[in-house]
Design a protein. Structure first.
Length: 258
């Protein structure tokens, strides 16, 4: 009987030993599986990190690419606009070149006209009423000098001619007086000359005793009736000197005959 108990006890011990061995093997297998799983997880994390890095790099490069595309589009638009400006400048240069050619042609056509205008002014002054002759002759002389200068362009010559024309034109609308010594019958007489535009030119001595009128036909000074014109001429001299208001005057008007 004791032997039977021993046998049962031995059987239990063997079962416990086998169970322990199986449990140990199972624990070892579980530890190995766990370690393997952890390793795979680590590998997965590392792989995901690499994937994330690659994605980030691709995203960054994509943004850079899009930015470069925008810059390229901007440069294309700028180059197109610049091309239009360059073409516009080229067209402008062509028009300028044509204008320069036209100016040269106009200058060649105007130059003779300006010379004729200057000559006509000189002729006009020589046959006009001889008022302020020294001043006007000096102006014509300066104009002739300007016309003779080769380094003066046509535009400047034209300006000089027009300036003299305007001055001569103003004389026709002015009432002017000045002191002068005139020749009457071979004798010099100091007088106050009164010029009414280009319709009358009279003179009067300082004491208002004698009054003269310039004769266009003969080119000499004729003495006129003091009774008819003395006061009127004296009043005209005052008006021209701004010593009296403008009023109607009775003056001799010489008309050139045919």
């Amino acid at each position: 009987m004791s032997q039977s108990r021993f046998s049962k006890k031995s059987g239990w011990l063997a079962l416990v030993a086998v169970t322990a061995l199986i449990a140990g093997a199972a624990i070892a297998a579980t530890d190995q599986l766990t370690e393997t799983g952890v390793g795979k997880v680590r590998d997965g994390v590392a792989s995901q990190a690499r994937v994330d890095t690659i994605v980030d790099q691709k995203q960054k490069r994509l943004l850079e690419y899009r930015s470069l595309l925008k810059q390229v589009d901007g440069l294309k638009a700028y180059n197109e606009q610049l091309g239009k400006q360059v073409q516009a400048q080229r067209d402008l240069i062509v028009r300028f070149d044509k204008s320069i050619g036209d100016v040269a042609l106009i200058e060649r056509q105007i130059a003779p006209l300006v010379e004729k205008m200057a000559g006509a002014l000189e002729d006009f002054v020589s046959i006009d009423l001889p008022f302020r002759t020294q001043e006007r002759d000096q102006r014509i002389g300066l104009l002739k000098e300007g016309m003779a200068k080769s380094d003066t362009n046509v535009a400047e010559k034209f300006r000089q001619v027009m300036e003299v024309y305007q001055i001569e034109n103003e004389y026709a609308r002015n009432i002017d007086t000045y002191n002068q010594i005139i020749n009457v019958g071979g004798a010099d007489v100091e007088v106050d000359v009164l010029v009414i535009g280009r319709i009358a030119m009279v003179a009067q001595t300082k004491d208002a005793a004698t009054t003269y009128s310039y004769n266009r036909e003969t080119g000499v000074w004729d003495e006129i009736s003091a009774g008819d014109y003395r006061n009127s001429v004296r009043q005209g001299i005052k008006m021209a000197s701004k010593q009296a208001p403008i009023s109607v005057l009775k003056l001799p008007i010489a008309v050139t005959g045919e």
